[in-house]
Design a protein around this ligand. Sequence first.
Ligand code: FAD
Length: 382
Amino acid sequence: MSKSPRIAVIGAGLGGATAAALMAQNNMNVRVYEQAPSFSRLGAGIHVGPNAMKVMRRIGIEDVMNQQGSHPDFWYSRHWETGDILAKIPLGNFAVKEYGASYLTVHRGDFHELLMRALPPSAVAFGKELVKLEDRGDVVDLNFSDGTTEQADIVVGADGVNSRVREKLLGPEPPKYAGYLAHRAVFPTPQVKAGMLGFDACVKWWSEDQHMMTYFVSGKQDEIYYVTGVPAVEWDLNDRWLASSREEMREVFRGWHPTVQALVENTREVTKWSLLERDPLPLWSEGRMVLLGDACHPMKPHMAQGACMAIEDAAMLVRCLQEVGAEDHTLAFDLYEANRATRASRVQKVSHDNTWLRTQEDPAWCLGYDVFNVPLVEPALQ
Ligand code: FAD
């Protein structure tokens, strides 16, 4: 039997799956426990920045992602009513040259499936909802809702915004509702008609207090996605999402540019999601337990970087475990936090403010980051 520390990753979302894939690749003794019995192709798109694509390169799925995804040449910001260009941020070949990898927009389900396929099947256990964990000093006991138990030497909480592992570290506290919701819909790209602009490969339409981001989710550009940010005072936190409707979209985007109206009119199914956040956490690890991704720093999605941060976290955690040896988890966790907290908090703040690329700015600090080659900073002395 392997003597290397047993690592339990809780949650096989984009962050947990990335961590497990990199750990398995580096012969670490990893197993990921996911509460869902299986994954389905959720109706949503996702931006994958060059900062995250460098991690996909390491995992070995960069080429196939590049083949599947859409490669916008620019991120446009446009005025909600007139369509005037507020910002035109170069991506495409410029991103490859300047930031070291593609800027992609893809179907989230397709991306997640590729990532899951990069994992050895024996490293994933579905239908395993963690309900209790106890760090006993020399080992962590894990209890699942199906009555089974496991033990691990290291536990990585990649279990999202309502993380059990975070709760164990810091006590029960619901995330904060940000006062905004996001409508999400994927459907066949409509025809362009008179009075409309052609569909930009990646564009955010901005009014003073709400927006609609749209992009293609495949290289063929035959499927388009929109995701909104719309103020809504009330939301029952028991619901993560609810069904919406074309009628509701008509109401909310009344008077917007004809190109936006065309998207509303061609909507088939649309859901609306509560946007949740937390303030930066006072600690990222304790004992044998450590957090990553939304478990640690959930944010409004307005930089399209939440999953990219989870992916960067995963890669940095694996780098730190390798750097000092997985046996010295305390030092590895301190090194990890020292090299992630400032950046994750900065992205959380910009996402909260919803200012990203609204006007012409240089995104290099975010998109150019290379988690494998950035010089490491030492943890502060306690
Ligand atoms: P999650 O994706 O939440 O995964 C957590 C996993 O843990 C899930 O599979 C869950 O089933 C499992 N789990 C939870 N509890 C347990 C338990 N007790 N036991 C076992 N398993 C458990 N990010 C981007 O980078 N680009 C974008 O374009 C983008 N767009 C977004 C649009 C919207 C509307 C929203 C809401 C978010 C968007 N994000 C985007 C953010 C992104 O979705 C999240 O930041 C990202 O999914 C976080 O990944 P994660 O792996 O940390 O958590």
